[in-house]
Design a protein around this ligand. Structure first.
Ligand code: PMP
Length: 494
C-alpha cells in the first residue's frame, strides 16, 4: 500500500458555529428545491485531506461518498495538488476550447495507456462538456451517426445522467426509442430465480428480442450498460452476462457502450470494470475520477465509428487544463501504485465483514459490490414479501460469475426509511455515506482507493454502530411495516 495516513480520531460533536448554521440556513433559502446531497448531509466542508473532511463546526468526518465516486485518491492528494500547481506556475492558458496543448497530450497518452488492449490500439477520444451526462449524450449521438439507426437498448435500474438523452436511457425515464431490458439483479431478480438462471434469462430475452422479426424492437443503434450499476443500488453484472452481452451485440453489429463514469480508474478492482470479464466495448464513457477531482468527461471509441461531422459534439468547456493535469496524475498514480488491486482486496475484505454483520441483522437484506464500490440493501424483514424477488443461494450477490442458481425465494421489501436513518446515524458518528438504489434503500460506500486498513476498520465500526442505533430509533419500532406504502421515493442523490 503506497499511501498511509493515520486514521482520524473520532471527534465528539462540536457546538455548531454561527457561521455553520448561517451558511446552511442561507443555502436552504436560496438554492433550488432540486438540490440533492445537501438535504441529507447538512455539513459545511471547509478543509479536507484524504478520507477526512472538516466542517465549519469543527467536526471531522470520514468521507465514504468521495464526490460520488470522483475522488479516487481522496481529497487534496499531494500528487493532484502538485499537478495543478505545476500548470498554474507554468503560465499555461487555463482555457483553450479543444485546442492541442502539452497538458492535453500528456492526459491522452496516460488515458490510452490504461485502455483495454484491443481498444487502445485503435481508439479515438472525444473531449466532451465537463459532466458525465454530456459524455453519455456524445456516445449515443456517435452510435446513432455511425449506424444510421436510432433505437437504443438500455437496462432496468440504469443511471446515465440528467440531460435528455441520458435520462432516456436511465431506468426512471421511458422513451419510445429505448428498449428496456432486465439487468441481472440477483437479490430482486425480475425472473424470480436469481443466480445463473436469472442472468441467463436476461441474456436470452435480449437475443430473442433482437432476432424475433415480430418483437417490435428494430435493430438499435447501440446498447448502453454499466458493468456495476452504481445509482441503481451497487449491482455488479456477472462477468459471464457481460460477455454474453458483448457476443450478442457483436454478432448483430450493434455497438456496445459501457458507461464507466462511476466504475472507472480502479474503483472495482481493475482499472476499468470491463476488464474483470475481458469485455472490450466499442465505446467507453468516462468522467468523475479521470479529472482527479476536477470536471472532465470523455468518450473513447473504436476508430471506425468516427463517422460524425466536425462540430458534431461541440462545447465551450472541453479544454480544462487543470482537470487534465489532475486527471493524468491521478490515473498514473493509480496505475503505478496498484491501487486497483488494492481496492479489490480491501473491498473483498470489507464485503466479508459486512456479510458477518448481515448475519446478525435481519434488516440487512443483501451485501454486494465489487472493489471499493459497496452496497448494503436494507429491508423490512417483517414486511410483506413482494413479487419477483429471487435471493441468491448465499444470500448475497457476488460478482465473479453466475453462482449456482438462485433459490427462488422472495426478498423482504426494501426499507428506505431505515436506510435514511442509518445515513443520519452515520453522520452523527462522523461518517458520510450515500443512499441509493431503486427504492433508495441501499447504503453505499465509495471510499477513496487510498483507504488504509485502519480507516476501513473505523468506517465499518461506525457503520455497525449506526446501524444498531438506527434499528433502535423510532424508525425501528414505528415505521417498519409502512414501507410497502412508499412506492416512489424521491431520489435525493445521484
Ligand atoms: N453515468 C453514471 C454511471 C453515473 O454514475 C453518473 C453520475 N452518478 C453519470 C453517468 C452522470 O454523470 P454526471 O453527474 O457527471 O453528469
Amino acid at each position: 500500500m503506497a499511501v498511509t495516513e493515520p486514521a482520524p480520531a473520532v471527534v465528539p460533536a462540536a457546538r455548531p458555529t454561527v457561521a455553520h448554521e448561517g451558511i446552511l440556513r442561507r443555502q436552504s433559502l436560496r438554492e433550488s428545491a432540486a438540490r440533492t446531497y445537501a438535504r441529507s448531509l447538512p455539513i459545511v466542508p471547509v478543509r479536507a485531506r484524504g478520507l477526512t473532511i472538516e466542517g465549519a463546526d469543527g467536526r471531522r468526518y470520514l468521507d465514504c461518498l468521495s464526490g460520488a465516486g470522483t475522488l479516487a485518491l481522496g481529497h487534496n492528494h499531494p500528487v493532484v495538488l502538485e499537478a495543478i500547481k505545476k500548470v498554474i506556475d507554468s503560465g499555461a492558458p487555463l482555457h483553450v476550447l479543444d485546442l492541442a496543448t502539452p497538458v492535453k497530450d500528456a492526459f491522452t497518452t496516460e488515458l490510452f495507456e490504461t485502455l483495454p488492449g484491443p481498444l487502445a490500439d485503435n481508439a479515438r477520444v472525444q473531449f466532451c462538456g465537463p459532466a458525465g451526462t454530456d459524455a453519455v449524450e456524445a456516445a449515443l449521438k456517435l452510435v446513432r451517426t455511425a449506424t444510421g439507426r436510432s433505437g437504443l437498448l438500455a437496462f432496468t435500474g440504469a443511471y446515465h445522467g440528467m440531460t435528455a438523452g441520458a435520462l432516456d436511457v436511465s431506468g426512471g425515464a421511458p422513451d419510445v426509442r429505448v428498449t428496456r431490458l432486465p439487468y441481472p439483479y440477483d437479490f430482486r431478480c425480475p425472473f424470480g430465480t436469481g443466480g445463473e438462471r436469472g442472468a441467463d434469462l436476461s441474456a436470452r430475452l435480449t437475443a430473442n428480442l433482437l432476432d424475433d422479426p415480430k418483437s417490435g424492437v428494430p435493430r438499435p443503434a447501440g446498447m448502453i450498460l454499466e458493468a456495476v450499476q452504481g445509482e441503481g443500488g451497487v449491482i455488479p453484472a456477472p462477468d459471464n452476462w457481460l460477455r454474453r452481452m458483448r457476443e450478442i451485440t457483436a454478432a448483430r453489429s450493434i455497438p456496445l457502450i459501457v458507461d464507466e463514469v462511476q466504475t472507472g480508474v480502479g474503483r472495482t478492482g481493475t482499472f476499468w470494470a470491463v476488464e474483470h470479464s475481458g469485455t472490450v466495448p466499442d465505446v467507453m464513457v468516462m468522467s468523475k475520477a479521470i479529472g482527479g477531482s476536477l470536471p472532465l468527461a470523455v468518450i473513447v471509441y473504436r476508430a471506425d465509428l468516427d463517422a460524425w461531422e466536425p462540430g458534431a459534439h461541440a462545447g465551450t468547456f472541453r479544454g480544462n487544463q487543470l482537470a487534465m493535469a489532475a486527471g493524468a496524475a491521478t490515473m498514473a498514480y493509480v496505475r503505478k501504485n496498484g491501487l486497483a488491486e488494492r481496492a479489490g482486496e480491501l473491498g473483498a475484505r470489507m464485503l466479508g465483514q459486512l456479510r458477518q454483520l448481515a448475519a446478525e441483522h435481519p434488516v440487512i437484506g443483501d451485501v454486494r459490490g465489487r472493489g471499493l464500490m459497496i452496497g448494503v440493501e436494507l429491508v423490512d424483514p417483517e414486511g410483506p414479501v413482494g413479487t419477483g424477488g429471487g435471493l441468491g443461494p448465499d444470500g448475497g450477490s457476488g460478482a465473479g460469475g453466475f453462482g449456482d442458481g438462485g433459490s427462488g425465494s422472495s426478498p423482504a421489501p426494501a426499507s428506505p426509511a431505515l436506510a435514511a436513518a442509518v445515513q443520519r446515524e452515520c453522520l452523527r458518528r462522523g461518517l458520510i455515506v450515500e443512499v441509493g438504489g431503486r427504492h433508495s434503500a441501499v447504503v453505499r460506500l465509495l471510499p477513496p482507493l487510498t483507504l488504509t486498513d485502519e480507516q476501513a476498520v473505523a468506517v465499518l465500526d461506525r457503520f455497525a454502530d449506526a446501524l444498531a442505533a438506527a434499528e433502535r430509533s423510532p424508525y425501528g419500532q414505528e415505521q417498519r411495516g409502512q414501507e410497502q406504502n412508499r412506492r416512489e421515493p424521491i431520489k435525493t442523490s445521484y
